[in-house]
Structure formats: structure tokens, C-alpha cells
Design a protein around this ligand. Structure first.
Ligand code: SAH
Length: 398
């Protein structure tokens, strides 16, 4: 189908932006179902871009290719996946790391689609129903990758609320091989983890924090560590492997903590020394309680979920980040390290770093920056909205 857009949108598309919003469409040749090919023409009827239609979303078209025509299908997907793997080649070649993001949506020119590799397992997650009709073209490309034995498709929350999505695709669907009974086992820097795509967050693990976990591992020698919002204990295990004396995992979710405990056991050989303690509950309450109880740590990790999923929630999110900094700082020993992360795309990195550092200054507990980190190479950024992850490593001046 042919689509014509406003002049502003034309400029955005030419500069490589992958989204065409509903309100920038001037003319559409016909109504069509999700995943239909949308060909965008400029005011002089010249070809501009080709993308996938998402008729129920404000992001009405997601662009796959700009500047020259492309036939969507298996051959294009094969070439794109080859490029994705090439971009990640140092990671893909590592034998001590078998979990990585193979396709990161817009960042890899698969807008709205994520593909994660966990050892012999592959998890495909669609964030728009526009990908559903294309799964049969994608599947052969994934099947032929070396070592792949199991492929599962997950619907995002957005698909569950779309009346046009068939009932069968609102559940995880096994596309190849047996469903993993106990998650997909994989390695991260030699440590053993399991991703649980059917019950977990994202695709079952937070691959995006790999490099920050690695940094924590290097900083954790002999440390007493608190990991708030621990989920399944990725940072906890990394700290233990780095020589931490004691690690506390704190999360609201009992099942996540149970899995953190299991991850600890799985990695005993790499961390024979560390004690693991678990606290189940709301981090805001428990951090305060730990402070009041006089507990102190050498390393405090604070990696909460996104606080502003919708427009208008940005101020609340900033308030929550400041509150977490205020609660974490009194828990740090002099010279102790705060690792605070944000995955809220609506909060820019500089704003986040400022709020953490400024909160510390106001509390007369200034922080010396060690490092500001962003996305790892398997989560490339190609448009501003795609930049979500930032993390501050800073030392309490004492
Ligand atoms: N750091 C983790 C990912 C954290 S995801 C990793 O590297 O794997 C965010 C976690 O915060 C989830 O496990 C969720 O259960 C937890 N969570 C959400 N709200 C919370 C709250 N108010 N208190 C404690 N944990 C919370």
C-alpha cells in the first residue's frame, strides 16, 4: 500500500528515523492488516522508504529500509541477521559468553522485534503485531544458525491488548524443538545462568546489563554488596565471582529471588567464599529499614524497572531516582561505591546523572564519579528513543 506523509515526517525519514506516526500520515491508499507492506512516497511521488503497517498503533509504520526499495522476506532478513551477527562478532565468538541480543529492534533495522540467543535457545519477541505475518520468513533464517535447537516466540504486553492478534499468538509459541523445561542455560563471562522466557521479564534475562555486571565483578573484591532490584541475581553472582564476602539480593518478587538463589548455587565453584542473603519486599521500604538498622555496604547496586512508561510520568520517575539515591547513600561505607542505573527511555542520560549527583551533593554526601555507562554493543542505538540504559558508578567521598 502507498503512504504519503507530512513534510516534517519526510525530513525525519530521510534522516533515518524509523517511525512514521499516525498524525504525520497525509494519505494512505487503503486499510490493510498489521504487517502489510507500506511504501512511503514523497510529495513528488518518488519512493522514500518501505516499512510495516501497524494500524492500531500511534507508530503507524515502522521503516525497514529507507532510500532504496527492498523486497521484504526471507532473503532480506537473512542479510540483516548476518549484519547483526557481524556487528557483534567479538561477542558471538566468545566461548565464555553464550547469551547475547542478536537483534535489537530499531537498532538493528528490525523495528519492533527482539531476538535473543541463550546457548542453544533463541527467543523472538514481537513488540508489534506487524511482525507476526513475517515469522514464517524469519524462522528458516534462525533455524540454520549454528547450534540452535529451540526457538520460542513471545508476545509483548502490547500484543495481548490488540484484538487483531490471534488467540494462539497471545501465548508463548514453540517454533522449533522442545520447550525448555527449566529455562535456557547459557554462560556470561564463564558464569552459569538460566533464562526463563515463558515466565521472566524481557526475554528471560537482562542481557543489557552484561558489561555493568562485569564492572561490578571487577569492583567487588572482599566487598559487602547490596543488590537492590536484583531480579534473578545477575549482579549478585557477578559480585560473588569477583570475590565479594557477602551479597544481599533484594527484590519484590519471591520467584525472582528463588532463581537468584539457584544462580548462586550454580556458580558456587566460581564464588566459593561469598555468603548470599535474600530480602523480599519493596526496595524503598527495605533500603530505609537497612539504613535504620545500621547496615553498611562497600557496594550498593540500584537497578530499578522503568519508572515512566508513558508520557507525563517523567517527573515522578526523577523523584523516584532521587529517593533511591537518598536511601542508598547512608548505606555506603566511606569510600563505598554506588552503582545506580536507569532504563527509563523518557529520562535522558544527562538528566539522570545530574539527579543522582545533585541529590548526593544536597545530602552533603558527595560522590566522586568513576564511570558513566550506556548501551553494550549488542544493544545498538539508531534513533533517540532507542537510548534507554544509563548507569552511574560513583564513590562515596566519605
Ligand atoms: N538488575 C537486574 C534487573 C532488574 S529488573 C538484572 O541485572 O538482572 C527490575 C526488578 O525490580 C524486577 O525483578 C522486579 O521484580 C523488581 N521490582 C520492581 N518494583 C520493585 C520494588 N518496589 N521493590 C523491589 N523490587 C522491585
Amino acid at each position: 500500500m502507498a503512504v504519503r506523509v507530512t513534510p516534517v515526517a519526510e525530513r525525519a525519514i530521510r534522516s533515518g528515523h524509523p517511525w512514521v506516526f499516525e498524525n504525520s500520515i497525509r494519505e494512505m491508499s487503503r486499510q490493510a492488516p498489521a504487517g502489510s507492506t507500506a511504501v512511503i512516497f514523497d510529495r513528488k511521488d518518488r519512493f522514500m522508504a518501505v516499512g510495516l503497517l501497524d494500524p492500531e498503533s500511534p507508530i503507524r509504520v515502522r521503516i525497514l529500509q529507507e532510500g532504496s526499495p527492498a523486497e521484504l522476506g526471507e532473503a532480506l532478513f537473512r542479510e540483516r541477521i548476518r549484519q547483526s551477527l557481524e556487528l557483534r562478532s567479538p561477542l558471538v565468538r566468545r566461548s565464555d559468553t553464550t547469551g547475547y541480543r542478536m537483534v535489537s529492534g530499531e537498532g538493528d533495522r528490525f523495528p519492533g522485534l527482539v531476538i535473543d540467543r541463550y546457548g542453544a535457545g533463541v527467543v523472538v519477541k514481537s513488540y508489534t503485531p506487524a511482525w507476526l505475518p513475517w515469522l514464517p520468513d524469519l524462522l528458516p533464517v534462525l533455524r540454520e544458525l549454528e547450534g540452535v535447537e529451540s526457538i520460542v516466540h513471545l508476545p509483548s504486553r502490547r500484543l495481548l491488548n490488540d484484538p487483531a492478534v490471534p488467540e494462539a499468538l497471545r501465548e508463548p509459541v514453540q517454533l522449533l524443538g522442545p520447550a525448555p523445561e527449566d529455562g535456557f542455560p547459557f554462560l556470561e563471562e564463564g558464569l552459569h545462568f538460566r533464562a526463563h522466557p515463558r515466565v521472566g521479564h524481557k526475554t528471560g534475562f537482562y542481557l543489557d546489563q552484561r558489561e555493568n555486571r562485569s564492572r561490578v565483578r571487577r569492583l567487588a573484591k572482599d566487598a559487602r554488596v547490596l543488590n537492590a532490584f536484583s531480579y534473578t541475581g545477575g549482579f549478585s553472582v557477578a559480585a560473588a565471582a569477583g570475590g565479594a564476602r557477602e551479597v544481599t539480593s533484594l527484590d519484590l518478587s519471591g520467584p525472582a529471588l528463588h532463581e537468584a538463589e539457584r544462580h548462586f548455587t550454580l556458580n558456587r565453584a566460581s564464588a566459593p567464599r561469598a555468603r548470599h542473603r535474600i530480602i523480599e519486599g519493596d526496595a524503598f521500604e527495605k533500603l530505609e529499614a537497612l539504613g535504620q538498622a545500621g547496615e553498611r555496604f562497600d557496594l550498593v547496586i540500584v537497578d530499578p524497572p522503568s519508572f515512566a512508561r508513558e508520557r507525563g510520568q517523567e517527573d515522578d520517575a526523577l523523584g523516584a531516582y532521587a529517593a533511591l539515591t537518598r536511601l542508598a547513600l547512608p548505606l555506603l561505607d566511606p569510600g563505598g561505591i554506588l552503582v545506580q542505573a536507569s532504563c527509563t527511555a523518557r529520562i535522558e542520560a544527562d538528566t539522570f546523572f545530574h539527579i543522582v549527583l545533585d541529590t548526593a551533593r544536597r545530602m552533603h554526601s558527595p560522590l566522586d564519579e568513576i564511570e558513566r555507562t550506556g548501551h553494550p554493543p549488542d544493544h545498538p542505538i539508531r534513533h533517540p528513543e532507542g537510548a534507554y540504559l544509563k548507569c552511574l558508578f560513583a564513590r562515596n567521598r566519605g
